[in-house]
Design a protein around this ligand. Sequence first.
Ligand code: SAH
Length: 356
Amino acid sequence: MNEHLLSLVRKLKETHSLSLAEYRALVEGQTPELAALLAKEADEARRAVYGNEVFVRGLIEISSFCKNDCRYCGLRRSNGQAERYRLTEDEILSCAREGYGLGFRTFVLQGGEDAWFTDERLCAIVKEIKTEFPDCAVTLSLGERSCESYLALYKAGADRYLLRHETADEEHYAKLHPAELHFENRMRCLSDLRKVGYAVGCGFMVGSPGQTAKTLAKDLKFVETFRPEMCGIGPFIPHHATPFANEKPGSVEQTCYLLSVLRLIHPSLLLPATTALGTLDARGREKGILAGANVVMPNLSPVGVRKKYELYNGKICTGEESAQCRDCLDLRMKSIGYRVVVSRGDPKPIPRKGDL
Ligand code: SAH
């Protein structure tokens, strides 16, 4: 194996930091051998923090209405073919109840940027979930909002917030998004979320149109320096009714490779093996866990709406009941020697440089 690349893996393992040029070299130097080595190191690093435990999060897709027009996403407002829905407060609560019975202790409320979900309505929902299930964490994934809104939701009891940065390269960001969405504002949101007190998740798609080793190096450097508690990455998958309909999907191998790199950057990072990974490859989520991920996010949305939350083509788990999704993932994790646990799965503090 290439000596320089091996030395980069060692450096990453020991210092949890590389330069932009080094991250780029690591991205460009991907081979099956190097991927296997990185996966082994990542697995060791993850086991030292989490053993063989995998955390589950119950995903409740609360609305498919979206005011945004992201070029990659099937929920974009100009997709006139999309059937739109939003769940009522009662429906969201009953998804959480079902989830609680199945052993979920974290609920993720995700949706398009739907103005119907005002702070007032969302705060009421968050409070109800936290009152009924005080031992559960609530994670929000509802896009860009004002700092006041993030603060109000936090005060209502929300614990965590997922907002993928999508790409840490400003020009690339502009290729993926409509003109009214700005890289700067995304960064502002992420820093507001951090200031308010949330455990924060950033992340990006792998293989999105226009992505290069250079932009990926920036993503890795961003994750290294922003120090998020969580990081969601999954392959880009084209959606038929978007401008990216004819683009190539991202690769499962590259996603797993990057999961391993992320695990070595922050050994205690909460890192999901995403549904997109499971969509491109029947064993994608198992491969993600084996590469260093430690979270899975089965769907808890009512079966009747699942097909309508179509971010990309062929999204899996749209026909099953929640209990089936939960059992199926339990079995999948067992088959590779991991154990899904009934736990909030809180983030562990990421040591600062000086603590190492
Ligand atoms: N409106 C929320 C939730 C978006 S959906 C928000 O803006 O955060 C969650 C994630 O799905 C997005 O951040 C994006 O990275 C991913 N996603 C969207 N379209 C996708 C596609 N075509 N392929 C793969 N992932 C996609």
